[in-house]
Ligand binder design. Sequence first.
Ligand SMILES: [Zn+2]
Length: 469
Amino acid sequence: MHDKPSHTPLARRLLKAAAGVVAGLAVLAASTAVHAQNVIRDTEIEQFLHKRTRPILDAAGLDADKVQYLLVASDDLNAFATFRLRMGLNTGLILEAKTPNELFGVIAHETGHLSGGHMMRTDEIERSARAPMAVALGLGIIAAMAGSPDGAMAIIGSSPTFGTLNALRYMQTQESAADIAGIKALERAGMSGKGLVDFFYNLRDYEIYSNAERYAFFRTHPLSRERIQSLTRLAQQQPHYKEVDPPEVVEEFRIVQAKLAGFMDDPVKTFKAYPESDTSYPARYARVIATYKQGNWDKALTDLDMLIAEQPENPYLHELKGQIYFETGRAVLAKPEHLKSVELMPQAPLLRVNLGQTLIATGDRADATQAVFHLRESLKYEEDNSFAWRQLAQAYDALNEPGMARLATAEEQFYNGNYEGARTSAVWAQKYFEPTTPEFRRARDLVMVTSSEMGVNPVEGETKRRRPY
Ligand SMILES: [Zn+2]
């Protein structure tokens, strides 16, 4: 479980503002990406990553609770380390790994970049890291199919992108250092470095024979023959080289791959990879998702119910059922499913965001009040989840609390990196509160910090931008 409320980015930014650091508008300007790639969120996948890589992160001397994985929806193979302990993993990399150990090997290598301070700093990563927007895998794509393109575009349109990432490169010396640090961290964690070596060997041939840099991973992480050789030698020297993945880890990994394949791949491809003859749980899980993606909702629900009958306490199955109902316009039916997932996993913020979103959609006033509660709970764990702030603003609007709604919108825009919008909303929000209230102070802090980020005088900005209400 990853149950510690996260740090407070606003507090950190206030400190930064106080110290006179002005970030400027580069962040807002970032972004006409040619190959836009979304960051996706999924509790089940994130839980797997956090739980199973904790020993590696601990061994590398990193604070495992603070490491954040950014799942980038892309077929291409890539992984990268960024500042503030954020590690990007392309979904293609997870799908392509043959064993959990291969994935863990790549993560250990990236851990070497993190602990070595080899940071990739771009405006896009900064922006993406700040704004984990998409709530659930596949959300948006399916909402569009269901005939609610507005909702879909709202999510897809505001999702962060990684357009220029491919242009980045670590240096050869950094690669070697990350290899050594990675192998050592794996050894201390009692894991083999074989997966990392295998991963390189499996992919290297494509690189050599196609005479093209096919995989982004090798563009960002240059690979030489010498590097592979010394990595192999070092891995083989370690006492845990022959260690293999425990069966339960393999099973969890198969489930994660099945889920990703179901959501990311074309259903035809998924049905081929997971044919009816395969009656394993991961295969049936992948087929339920592919069936749903095809628009065959009734069959997806029927098959999903069979999985739920076998595993009634699996929060992710209830989450998926709730998602199917929600995205097909049946919020009232989605509600008990999302409630159940939250009941089974109260510490998972994204499950509460799903519930909050559903409670708003039922149109019931009592549900909107409950939505506020669950969204606020989720924000205790992820203060920077701009999607949750957006939902919270909607819940307050439904409850006719415009001051709270504008304040939540200011937070949403702030965490999205839209400082101008955040400042405008915060100035607006201030007018609804007495100066002694915490809400007023929060709005004032947001005006201060965004003014500082934008390099304008907060007081001047305030008077200039006064609104009619
Ligand atoms: Zn590297």
